[in-house]
Design a protein around this ligand. Sequence first.
Ligand code: SAM
Length: 339
Amino acid sequence: MSEEALRERVHGWQQGALALDLAFIGVHGGLFDRLAEGAPMAPEALARAAGLDEGYVRAWCQAAYAFELLEHDEDGYRNSPLGEAFRAERRPTLLPAAVGSLFAAHMAERAAGLMTSGERPGESVLAERETLLRWFGPMLEAGFGGLFERQILPAVAEFAEVDAKGGLAVDLGCGNGWYLRILARHRPHLRGLGLDGFAENVRQARELAEREGLGDRLSFREGDIDHFASEEPADLIAMNRALHHVWDQRERVFNLIRDHLKPGGVAVIWEPAWPDSVDALRTPNRRPMAFQNLAEYVQGNHFLRPAEIEAAFAEVEMESRLYTFNDGAEAVVVGRRPG
Ligand SMILES: C[S@@+](CC[C@H](N)C(=O)[O-])C[C@H]1O[C@@H](n2cnc3c(N)ncnc32)[C@H](O)[C@@H]1O
């Protein structure tokens, strides 16, 4: 590649990163949402409507206009189609790209600093940026909800099996509860219990379930996966992007899963599928996983090969079956407790 081509490529990345940073500000401040409500607005009016400082809002409007996130005329600013596409409520929404970009910058900064000592501070690093905290749930929901609803849910027959019994589905490390909400919408007899260690996630999960009229079928608790206990045995136990967080406790976790399932019940574990060879990482669908694995390293975790999950099921005498999605980048391993 010529020097000029290299430069052009990197400038493209730089512009992209700046645009995503500005989009995050627009999302977090509710600025795209306010602008979507009606007529164009001058920065003063937008700042008033969003309850934000006028000086910051004016500077953001100018920058967002420069990056084509906003349009501008004598009446004021309005969302461009690009800016509109980042709104959290929209489906599909580009919100995960904006939140993910900021989160990546934070994790890259931590990894760069920690590389000298080798220290791995654990999951507390996730809570270091207050503005990011409330966006983890919406980012994961918008990033993976569609794949679950359109591909995984129809492909994994065990969901219908639980529904037919009006059974209980447990989600360990449930985040904002999107998985149980989608499941409950499509499988109308099933009940759900979600557990997460992060209070903000549980708060959002309860609120969103109520808002969608699912409050009587879904409940959420704050707690540690390692100490999960439920009096009612489950028909299905799900873990989505949560197993790698507790992999160092896998013996305990897999025993706990088996012991909380009814005979014949299933565990449905969804994880990014870490490939056997580094060569496979250089594809657009696996690149984010490669970066995320570095961010996981800072947190004391690492991504798993599907064969490792299958082996962990075998250790507790559960037979497993592997489904893959997104050209092999996503693995769903279903383990069944003997009947
Ligand atoms: C990557 S997020 C995935 C969240 C959700 N399952 C989803 O797919 O959007 C991992 C989740 O596991 C939770 N978690 C990690 N370790 C946990 C533990 N030991 N006990 C309870 N929750 C835990 C985190 O709070 C976080 O919400």
